[in-house]
Design a protein around this ligand. Structure first.
Ligand SMILES: [Zn+2]
Length: 255
């Protein structure tokens, strides 16, 4: 990112919002990178936070990364599902105004794609299209033997390891577990969207995030907007940085 346009004059929040509004009014090719901060604003827990990781370790005797790994899933499926059902599938999220704002951008023909690690399927539930979920999602599950698909509720409400009602095979959760590769077709679609994007809208994360680095590697433009409440040493590489909660700022930008 090289543009330093009017950076000195953009100190106030109002000036930054006006600047971003102009940027958005002049383009019809925005790609949004929706980070963990966006889903946390909906009420999701962040297992990377020290207090949450500690609670999980106390309760399950293992760290969240280990439980959510392909090795653990394959070897200790019951313990995996005990955790997955209680800590992931039972989580109640309330989509924020961020998603309404993104949908308005898409309906106006400006937002072309949304790339996310969010496994809860929030963007699609809120009507967004061209959502590339790098870690899969909790709603698309399938039988490991016959391939029959199952909704999230089937897994959540099962008494033990969820089994296929046709062949009794174990049901595989639709998320990417640690140690597994991302799906190539999703990566290709995300990379193509970034390569064609005029504006990258990075929400609720920082430029150190693997997803953002992947996007920036394919992005050819010079208009990277970063909205996140927490500052980070990589922020200076963005063209505009707004340190606020995404749900408070994005509706103002899109209004
Ligand atoms: Zn089956």
């Amino acid at each position: 990112m090289t543009s330093q346009t009017n950076r000195k004059d953009m100190c106030s929040l109002e000036n930054k919002i006006d600047y971003v509004k102009r940027m958005i009014s002049e383009t019809d090719n925005i790609v949004c990178l929706s980070g963990v901060g966006v889903v946390m604003e909906c009420g999701a827990l962040n297992f990377n936070r020290d207090d949450e990781a500690y609670r999980i370790e106390e309760e399950y005797d293992r760290c969240p990364e280990e439980i959510m790994s392909s090795v653990f899933y394959n070897v200790r499926m019951k313990q995996f599902y005990d955790f997955y059902k209680k800590e992931i599938l039972s989580m109640k999220l309330t989509p924020t105004a961020t998603y309404d704002a993104l949908r308005r951008l898409q309906e106006a023909g400006k937002l072309k794609a949304c790339i996310t690690y969010n496994i809860y399927g929030t963007a699609e539930q809120m009507g967004l299209k061209n959502v590339y979920e790098l870690d899969g999602n909790i709603h698309n599950n399938w039988c490991s033997k016959c391939g029959k698909t199952f909704p999230m509720e089937y897994l959540r409400d099962s008494r033990d390891v969820p089994l296929c009602d046709v062949c009794k095979g174990a049901i595989r959760p639709g998320i990417r577990l640690h140690g597994e590769r991302m799906r190539n077709n999703v990566l290709t679609l995300a990379a193509n969207a970034c390569a064609e994007a005029d504006v990258l809208l990075v929400l609720g994360t920082n430029l150190f995030d693997d997803m953002v680095q992947f996007a920036v590697n394919h992005y050819q433009g010079e208009k990277l907007i970063l909205v996140t409440p927490h500052d980070h040493f990589t922020d200076k590489a963005a063209d505009v940085v707004i340190h606020e909660h995404v749900k408070d700022i994005l509706p103002k930008i899109v209004s």
